[in-house]
Design a protein around this ligand. Structure first.
Ligand SMILES: Nc1ncnc2c1ncn2[C@@H]1O[C@H](COP(=O)(O)OP(=O)(O)O)[C@@H](O)[C@H]1O
Ligand SMILES: [Mg+2]
Length: 232
């Protein structure tokens, strides 16, 4: 078992983490913010998410990938957001800005009482947050569940709370929503404040996506009505 774990760890470290992320993880372990990295929950195009042990139990460690080229194309989410005007144009800076943005957005959500992971720590391309799950098992994404009307109701309520605080999710989809006893919104790196010139377009796209997804599953909502409920 120990040997297996060591092997797995080596595989994870050598393939997933770039050198700089590894150094930061080591530092976080030194500080006691992370006690132990467990295993990957998700390995995506833009980020890897790990289950880890923190001082008070399970935590989720999201590590944005530096070397992807994806973030330059996402410039519009950063450039229009007045909080992030002064970002230098290197890939690395963009990735850091995304991580910082996700963290700040999670903080806004926490203040607004939005159901999302509680932010714990952020440094460079790494965001540490509350782990949402039961024991070591993460809650399923909405896309893996049979959606119910009450799920959409909760999503609307949470989106409305965000809007009231001046925040738009920007990538709301059944892939970025977890379902436990209640709904949780995830993946807030693309979230923008309402001052962003396209904030309303992003919100419209988010809500249309949801309406389409629920409709496909036999749960009817009118976009105009949902829009009014969120922004009214
Ligand atoms: N705090 C968390 N608790 C439990 N699972 C999480 C958490 N954050 C992310 N995940 C899991 O990891 C997946 C990817 O995370 P996400 O933030 O959407 O990153 P990305 O889509 O950029 O790869 C999610 O769909 C979810 O299954
Ligand atoms: Mg996602």
């Amino acid at each position: 078992m120990a040997e297996y774990r060591e092997k797995e760890r080596w595989k994870i470290e050598s393939k997933v983490f770039d050198r700089s992320s590894l150094l930061i993880l080591n530092k976080l372990m030194g500080k006691g913010i992370i006690e132990e990295m467990e295993y990957p929950i998700s390995t995506g195009k833009e980020a890897h998410v790990f289950l880890a042990k923190g001082a008070e139990g399970n935590i989720a460690v999201k590590i944005y990938k530096i070397e992807t080229g994806i973030f330059v194309r996402k410039e519009k989410y950063i450039a229009g957001d007045p909080r992030f005007k002064k970002i230098k144009k290197s890939e690395r800076e963009y990735v850091y800005a995304f991580a910082r943005k996700e963290f700040r957005n999670l903080e806004m959500c926490e203040r607004a009482g939005v159901s999302a992971p509680i932010p714990i720590y952020q440094i460079k391309n790494i965001v540490i947050m509350e782990f949402l799950g039961e024991g070591d098992k993460a809650y399923p994404r909405l896309i893996e569940c049979i959606p119910e009307k009450k799920d959409m109701e909760e999503i609307i309520e949470n989106t409305k709370k965000m809007y009231k605080k001046g925040l738009v999710h920007g990538d709301l989809s059944p892939y970025n929503i977890l379902k436990g006893n209640k709904i949780y919104l995830l993946d807030l790196g693309q979230g923008v404040v309402l001052e962003h010139p396209h904030a309303k377009d992003f919100l419209e796209r988010d809500l249309k996506n949801l309406v389409r997804y629920f409709k496909k599953n036999g749960i009817e909502y009118e976009f105009e009505e949902v829009w009014k409920r969120v922004t009214g």
